[in-house]
Design a protein around this ligand. Sequence first.
Ligand code: ADP
Ligand code: MG
Length: 394
Amino acid sequence: MTKMTVRDIDVNGRTCLVRVDFNVPTEPGTGRIIDDSRIRAALPTIHHLQTNDARIVLCSHFGRPKGQVVEELRMSAVRQRASDWFGVNVVDAGLPGDAVDPSQVIVALKPGEIAMLENLRFDPGEEANDAFFSKALGSLADIYVNDAFGAAHRAHASTVGVTEHLSAVAGYLMERELKMLTRALESDERPGVAIIGGAKVADKIQVLENLSQKVDTLIVGGGMVAAFLKAQGYVSGKSEIPDDEVHTAGELLFSSDAKVITPTDVVVAREFAEDATPSVVSVTKVPADSLVLDIGPETRALYADEIIAAKKIIWNGPMGVVEWESFAEGTLSVARAVAAVPDAFKLVGGGSTVSVIEELNLRSEITHVSTGGGASLEFLEGKVLPGVAALDDA
Ligand code: ADP
Ligand code: MG
């Protein structure tokens, strides 16, 4: 499934509608932008379009206005920050159906100039993938460029509907995400090791199942450890684990092609609390009145041994309650082990997991840090992302 990219087409003098993901985190109350890395991530595509004399119309969603105008969710601060980064004044183009007609603003753009539409989700047609709104978006440009990988798992007007009206290509960021995620799943670099953690089995079942067919070794951590302990006949503590999760864990342990590795020791506590007293126990001795909140020291060493030998590593989800110091060491040790592997392809995804990599300053040791939380997870589940499927085939 190779898709056309912005480098495959002639954009000179043409108007490009560029779907970006500028849904940046902001400070509650003031609306100040806390982290503008999503805006910076669009720079390669913007630069390509500017140097090739395209007229650029950016569009993004921002927060959850649910189909109506919410003053605090206007794009103005984002547009200002984008102007700073892109070195031009990004002009406000409103939305189709507004008092100001976007096409009037767009028609006045000179090659290399940039306009930005108002928050797409102010229009209920966006999330509904409405045919009318899709057509209105399509009428604003000659070419559609999707650089919003983080929104590609949603079938919305600006990710799917609009592609019925314009030729549709991937931007640089989208292209890189697809290339890296495809390599993670399909390349024959071996041994391939997937490290999967996080809060709940339910969130990760499909990722586990898909990856078990793609890698040699599956390393399990996080909240789902309890289900894997129970499936092996051990006491798993006091957390309630649905039968179907135990069943899935059992199937993965006993009948998947990959070698599934689970903890030999864990860090437990009586309560789910930051100041709860941690104790290290063997998995054969988990007290029935406790909760499993991290992997133990023996397990950290075992996991590091597996990780260090890998040629391909996929990591999603912390090994324990990483936000709390007493239960963070499992995740930190996995992060250090992944960073230390020489000559391997390494892909890390997931909000909490990426934060750990950033806090430890290990980004440069990772081949690809995936930006799209939900989108990268769905990709790893083996799903076809609607926003990707809708792009023109190469
Ligand atoms: P990511 O954001 O990297 O995709 P998830 O969202 O799946 O990861 O899970 C992250 C959350 O999982 C963290 O808030 C962490 O505290 C929690 N978690 C990890 N291990 C456990 C555990 N044993 N018990 C409860 N919560 C856990
Ligand atoms: Mg998360």
